[in-house]
Write a protein of this length. Structure first.
Length: 77
């Protein structure tokens, strides 16, 4: 199981590795477009793991994280 909310003590959200892989691979409308909160959390987790591992530069990380979160936030507008 992969914990998408590692700092949430009272409301952890976990998915199987297969489900995680499927969520991260969704690209319909662009990678930063998400259909569900679970997909957004999986992609955010994936992005942060890549940054922590040094696979992505800080400026690219900040831009991608912002796009992902803002696209999700503005989805209801």
């Amino acid at each position: 199981m992969i914990d998408l909310t590692p700092y949430s003590i009272q409301h952890p959200i976990q998915v199987s590795e297969d489900e995680y892989d499927q969520l991260v691979q969704k690209k319909e409308g662009g990678w930063s477009q998400c259909e569900s909160s679970l997909e957004m959390l999986a992609k955010l987790h994936y992005l942060r793991l890549g940054f922590d591992a040094g696979k992505i530069q800080e400026s690219d990380f900040l831009e991608r994280e912002q796009m992902l979160v803002l696209n999700w936030w503005n989805r209801g507008s």
